[in-house]
Design a binder for this molecule. Structure first.
Ligand SMILES: Cc1cc2nc3c(=O)[nH]c(=O)nc-3n(C[C@H](O)[C@H](O)[C@H](O)COP(=O)(O)OP(=O)(O)OC[C@H]3O[C@@H](n4cnc5c(N)ncnc54)[C@H](O)[C@@H]3O)c2cc1C
Length: 277
């Protein structure tokens, strides 16, 4: 939809031009990724937009340390990554699974960005799930020209709430090779076959036996459980139960009641534990 209050659109063509605009960001001037959220509902507080997609960031870089995904990489670009090209990283099929968890048309996939998905910080943000399950680390630029790194699971702190301060931009997410070497499993529950995720859980088992479980969509913010080896069913269920106390309670919105989300989280966590045994 048109945003009739927006008067300026900046399209910085390189990093220096973008950094020069960061101090001017605030409640009335927002960063623009693919715009699939920003142009989906009225934004009467906005007077200006800074389009990140013109800066020319390389969408995906692979090296011995892992994968670095630019914030401006689209979900379609990420989903096209061919796991067969990287046999050393069995975790890669999780990427396509998480992209598919965003139930939008191909049109949405082709413009929605990884950074926009994480920074919008909806509980059902599947790029947050992906990063949380793979120990993803965000690189953030601030308005003073500094750079900081933070686990994505810590960057998203609640429903549409992140640690990003005014003038900060998510530049990229790094998925470390140590995590990409693990086997992964993904489970989703939603009220309708093509509905928004009410529960989205991703698990990972490293070659050394370590087990990681990212519980998302069922809670207002991502939760990551980490174990040195495979926990037994009772311990995993108890740890999932305890998440309500540490992560803001089981989420309640039209996509699922809290008690159902809790029950499905327990059930799907156990399915993942069994699959990665
Ligand atoms: C049909 C449909 C289905 C959808 N399903 C889902 C779903 O299942 N789960 C879900 O989470 N969302 C869903 N969405 C919402 C949205 O499309 C996605 O979250 C999408 O990934 C947002 O990315 P974007 O690049 O379009 O973000 P934009 O709309 O461009 O931006 C979203 C927010 O992030 C900020 N932002 C963008 N990039 C950055 C950056 N690099 N640094 C700092 N801030 C930034 C913007 O200022 C804005 O506040 C859906 C939308 C549609 C239309």
């Amino acid at each position: 939809m048109d945003q009739l209050t927006v008067e300026t659109l900046d399209r910085p063509r390189d990093d220096d031009a973008l950094r020069a605009l960061l101090p001017g960001l605030g409640p009335d001037r927002a960063l623009l990724g693919g715009g699939t959220y920003l142009f989906s509902a009225p934004q009467p507080h906005l007077r200006g937009l800074v389009d990140l997609t013109a800066a020319g960031w390389t969408p995906i870089t692979a090296d011995d340390d892992g994968l670095t995904v630019a914030a401006t990489a689209t979900l379609a670009r990420l989903a096209d990554l061919d796991p067969a090209r990287y046999p050393q990283w069995p975790a890669l099929p999780l990427i396509a699974g998480c992209c598919e968890a965003l139930v939008g048309s191909r049109k949405v996939w082709h413009v929605a960005t990884v950074g926009g998905n994480v920074c919008l910080a909806l509980p059902a943000g599947p790029m947050t799930t992906l990063a949380a399950a793979l120990d993803g680390v965000a690189t953030v630029w601030d308005a003073a020209g500094n750079e900081r790194r933070e686990l994505v699971e810590d960057l998203v702190v609640g429903t549409q709430a992140t640690t990003l301060a005014a003038g900060e931009v998510l530049r990229a997410i790094h998925l470390p090779a140590t995590a990409l070497r693990g086997r992964t499993a993904l489970r989703k529950a939603s009220l309708a076959p093509l509905g928004r995720s009410a529960v989205l859980i991703a698990g990972r088992r490293n070659p050394d036996g370590r087990f990681t479980l990212a519980v998302t969509a069922a809670l207002p913010r991502p939760a990551v459980l980490r174990y040195d080896g495979l926990p037994d069913a009772g311990r995993l269920a108890a740890d999932v139960d305890a998440l309500a106390g540490t992560h803001g309670g089981w989420y309640d919105d039209p996509h699922g009641r809290p008690a159902w989300r809790h029950a499905m989280s327990r059930h799907l966590a156990e399915e993942i534990r069994a699959e990665l045994r």
